[in-house]
Every structure is written in C-alpha cells, then in structure tokens.
Design a protein around this ligand. Sequence first.
Ligand code: T46
Length: 141
Amino acid sequence: MPHEKNFPNLIKLKYIHDGVDGCLTVMENHREIPFSIKRVYYINKLKNKHAVRGMHAHKKLKQAIFCLQGSFSLSIDNGLEERRIKMHKSHVGVYLPPKVWHVMRRFSEDCVIMVVASDFYRERDYIRDYNEFKKYLKKHP
Ligand code: T46
C-alpha cells in the first residue's frame, strides 16, 4: 500500500510494577518514541460525552498519543484506509506519523490523554479540512 508508511503503529512501553506502591512507565527519545520530543501536552476534564477532538492531520509533525487514565476511541485514516483503536491502557500508545487524519471521541469522564510531539505548536502544520487532506496526500504521497 503506498501510504502504509503513514499508518500509525502501536507503541508498547516498558512498565515496572512496584507492587502496592504503584507502577512506573517509561518512554525515551528514539527508543520507544521514534523521534525527539520537543513538546508534551495533555487533555483532561472531558465532561462532555459527545465531545469530538482532532479532526485534522499534520503535514510534518510526528506524535505519540497515550491514554493515561480512562478510555477513548481513536480513528486514524491515512487516506486509503480507516482504523479505530480503543485507547485504554496507559502503557500502550499509538505513533501518529505526519499525514494521518485522526479523530478522538467516546471519552470516558475520567479520561486523561497525553501526547508527545516532535515540534512546537504551529497552526500552519495543521490540515483541518478533509478534502484539503486528500489533496495534500496526492501532492505529497
Ligand atoms: C493533535 C491531537 C491529538 C496550543 O496553543 N498549543 C498546543 O500545543 C496545542 C496542542 C493546542 N493549542 C491550542 C490550539 C487550539 O486553540 O489549543 C486549542 C485546542 O487545540 P485543538 O483544537 O487542535 O485540540 P485537539 O484536541 O483537537 O488536537 C490536539 C492537538 O492540537 C493536535 O495536534 O494531533 O490533539
């Protein structure tokens, strides 16, 4: 598939159970995370069950997304195929390469999402219109 390289992969993080004292989970640049992290952001207080987030693709930005608590549904679309992933394990994330349309929905109320990104926030890196996304893929396969 020509866009297979744009298909997100699961990232399984190493975690260390300290028995009753909790669990420690680790991610490192160019190890579990396939890029250098420049920015981290998180999303919480998802009180509206019908909230829909994302609905965009990035031109260059690489990201990895994790559900640290609760659950949500992640849809990923590389222009040829769409997949849905239930995000509910804090040690299992998804690598979001550039040029992947992604949508987050069906958040549990206690959901906490953390995203690590390869670059600073730049609105011009976003493609927020699906038809524009399809055109961009044709121009930049
Ligand atoms: C993504 C998904 C997974 C900033 O000012 N700085 C930032 O670093 C970010 C991420 C956002 N913002 C502003 C831009 C908007 O005014 O925060 C507002 C909400 O952002 P947005 O509507 O893009 O949020 P989501 O949840 O739809 O998307 C976010 C990321 O923006 C996006 O890169 O891939 O999470």
